[in-house]
Design a protein around this ligand. Structure first.
Ligand SMILES: Cc1cc2nc3c(=O)[nH]c(=O)nc-3n(C[C@H](O)[C@H](O)[C@H](O)COP(=O)(O)O)c2cc1C
Length: 311
């Protein structure tokens, strides 16, 4: 199986979905993407980082996936404190979130809001590259409202020795919906002197192959919702074709996900919430997915949930 040649696949950070539980359980049941960018961790004031903040990225020797922590914030001093904490945990790579589109985040100058302020963006890249030489990367969008902003920010991005730049070709205004703008992606790609990771709307092996034909210079691909909808997707990339879903294996994955979440979370309400988050994606792979999802969404207890999924 070598359908993806020298290309590298990354599991995208989806807060509430592709964290520690997903990484571990996916790797137990399917071939995982070899690299996972972990859901963002906010930087915070003070010169020490509380261990609870780092719980999602405590190294897990059982999971054969390289985890790259991701941070969100706008204060270079706070970023340094956090990066030092990551280095103490053994991490040599970290990613900066400059793409989160939620208005309450962006308005505070974090996530995509960093792109709005060239000076603040630059200070963060400077601090990150200084703390983690060769190990710091950034994840961006095309802009907030104007998809031309990323091209403008390339001057700043190219000034620092970043390890890679992940581009999600939507504006913040689009959130996660509407078309990815591949025309503008094609324009910014040659402007970036760093390796580029493409991210957005890869749901199938065929989607990836179409993008690969259009952008042969890209060899790094990040997949979020597609991997949550089909946790076996990496196996299709490796086979070079879309493999039919194996519902037996998916059922095993779900049962393990529930058990693992139950061991990690405080109580059944949280576990049910975690299962609903997962199913908000997973149902797409089932022919009767809409009906399943509707029933799961209405469950109030884990027993009800188990009755629905066991049919
Ligand atoms: C529920 C949810 C949570 C997300 N959390 C993060 C995050 O923590 N960090 C980040 O950089 N992007 C986050 N994203 C964006 C995804 O990483 C990714 O850029 C986006 O979903 C597009 O890729 P996809 O079409 O492969 O899912 C999130 C997206 C969703 C829908």
């Amino acid at each position: 199986m070598s359908g993806c040649g020298s290309d590298t696949f990354y599991l995208a950070p989806l807060r509430g979905v592709t964290g520690r539980t997903f990484r571990a359980v996916q790797a137990r049941h399917f071939t995982p993407a070899p690299v996972a960018v972990a859901p963002f961790i906010p930087t915070c004031a003070g010169d020490r980082v509380k261990p609870a903040v780092l719980a999602d990225i405590v190294p897990d020797p059982e999971t054969p996936v390289e985890v790259i922590p991701q941070l969100i914030g706008k204060d270079p001093g706070q970023l340094r404190v956090m990066l030092r904490a990551l280095k103490d945990m053994g991490y040599l790579k970290a990613d900066l979130n400059a793409g989160c589109p939620w208005p309450f985040v962006a308005k505070k100058g974090r996530g995509c809001g960093l792109m709005a302020n060239a000076e603040s963006f630059e200070r963060m890249l400077e601090a990150g590259c200084d703390e983690l030489p060769d190990g710091f990367s950034v994840k961006v969008r095309l802009g907030l409202k104007d998809p031309g902003l990323l091209a403008e920010r390339m001057t700043v991005i190219n000034r620092y020795p970043l390890r890679e730049v992940t581009i999600h070709p939507r504006t913040a205004k689009q959130m996660y919906d509407g078309q990815v703008d591949l025309g503008i992606f094609a324009e910014v790609l040659p402007l970036c002197r760093h390796p580029v990771v493409y991210n957005g709307d890869i749901r199938t092996c065929a989607d990836w192959q179409t993008l690969k034909r259009r952008f042969p210079q890209v060899t790094r691909w990040m997949v979020g919702r597609g991997m949550a909808m089909n946790p076996a997707l990496m196996e299709s990339f490796l086979a070079g074709m879309d493999l039919p879903p194996d519902y037996g294996r998916i059922a095993g994955f779900c049962a393990d996900y529930l058990e693992t979440a139950a061991a990690e979370l405080a109580g059944p309400t949280q576990v049910l919430g975690r299962m609903k988050e997962l199913w908000s994606y997973l149902h797409f792979i089932y022919p009767d997915g809409e009906t399943r999802w509707k029933s799961i969404r209405l469950c109030h207890t884990l027993d009800e949930y188990l009755r629905v999924v066991r049919g």
